[in-house]
Design a protein around this ligand. Structure first.
Ligand code: ASP
Length: 328
């Protein structure tokens, strides 16, 4: 009898567990980490190695995550060899380089610029929007006037190389962006500093040869980037339209809040995007999405829709380029 009672008691615990919503169950299942790793910085794609090196100079000397992410991604914006971010970025269909960027700190301060032309470092304009205006987002002409008033210099962002490529593209005007780094990509960076505070930055020239006026996920807080200092941070790269549809980075952070590891949270967000694509009968082969995530304990994760996405992780053990695992 007592055995039967024990069995019923255990069965009750089991069924109560399975009655929980998945996120509640995940919370119960997650092991508590033993140590908090900090500082840590991670950023998207192979240019993340250079970006992390810049960020690490600040993080390793006790600097603030916000300064680290801004300075880190600026290195990619400044590099004309990187053809999908900042100066030298590929233009839109009309041959105009238009930039999107956003930044978020540990107190949920946010700043963003979109459809910004002629300014080399949109991430710093986004930070100025955050710190010097009562607003969170400026776009186009207004963003440019604000930047100039703040002392940013007007620069021609269309390099000879990018212009040549664009003219070639015009001959075919075949709007079929390849899936990975060849035609787009964003540097998204998230970091935890030695005080345990999180920040993130995200900056891009967006999809190459996009329609003039198109804005992707990268300057949209919650889509291209999200930070919650109690939980973690996430950032996205790839086809911005799909990331916006799911509020991707916010989704990743909310899943971490509910107990998912950063890895599991990235996987769930990619699966949700995949489900949308299937429901919409979209051509999945043409679409790439990648997320990276970091939690308050300094644990990180990454996942992408299809092979080819990598990211750079810098912690006390060095700066490493890692291939993210893929759903497809
Ligand atoms: N997410 C960016 C955009 O849609 C592009 C990219 O990361 O590849 O503008």
């Amino acid at each position: 009898m007592s055995n039967r009672r024990n069995f019923l008691k255990k069965a009750g615990v089991f069924s109560a567990f399975f009655a929980l919503k998945p996120l509640e169950a995940a919370t119960l299942l997650q092991e508590k980490p033993r140590t908090v790793r900090k500082p840590v910085v991670l950023s998207t794609w192979s240019f993340g190695i250079a970006a992390n090196t810049g960020a690490w100079k600040i993080l390793s000397t006790g600097g603030r995550a916000l300064d680290a992410v801004e300075q880190g991604v600026r290195l990619v914006e400044d590099n004309p060899e990187e053809r999908s971010v900042g100066y030298g970025g590929r233009p839109d269909r009309d041959g105009r380089v238009t930039l999107d960027a956003c930044i978020m700190d540990e107190k949920a301060n946010i700043g963003s610029v979109a459809f910004l032309e002629h300014i080399k470092n949109p991430i710093s304009v986004a930070r100025a929007v955050m710190e010097k205006t009562p607003h969170v987002m400026l776009v186009g002409e207004g963003a440019l006037s604000f930047a100039l008033a703040q002392g940013f210099r007007k620069t021609n962002l269309l390099t000879e190389e990018s212009e040549k490529e664009w003219r070639e593209w015009l001959k075919k005007t075949d709007y079929r962006p390849p899936v990975n780094i060849e035609n787009h990509d964003t540097v998204g960076m998230i970091a935890i500093d030695s005080l345990g505070n999180l920040s993130g930055a995200c900056t891009t020239s967006g999809l190459a040869y996009k329609m003039h006026g198109r804005v992707g996920d990268s300057p949209i807080i919650g889509a291209g980037l999200f930070v919650d200092n109690e939980v973690g941070a996430a950032t996205a790269t790839g086809h911005g339209e799909e990331v916006i549809r799911t509020c991707g980075s916010h989704l990743v952070v909310e899943m971490m809040r509910n107990g998912f590891t950063p890895q599991k949270a990235c996987e769930e967000a990619v699966k949700r995007i995949h489900r949308n694509l299937v429901n919409q009968k979209r051509n999945i082969q043409d679409i790439q999405i990648g997320f990276i995530a970091l939690n308050k304990n300094g644990e990180s994760g990454a996942y992408c829709l299809q092979k080819g996405f990598n990211y750079a992780l810098h912690d006390q053990n060095g700066n490493t380029l890692i291939d993210a695992s893929a759903l497809i």
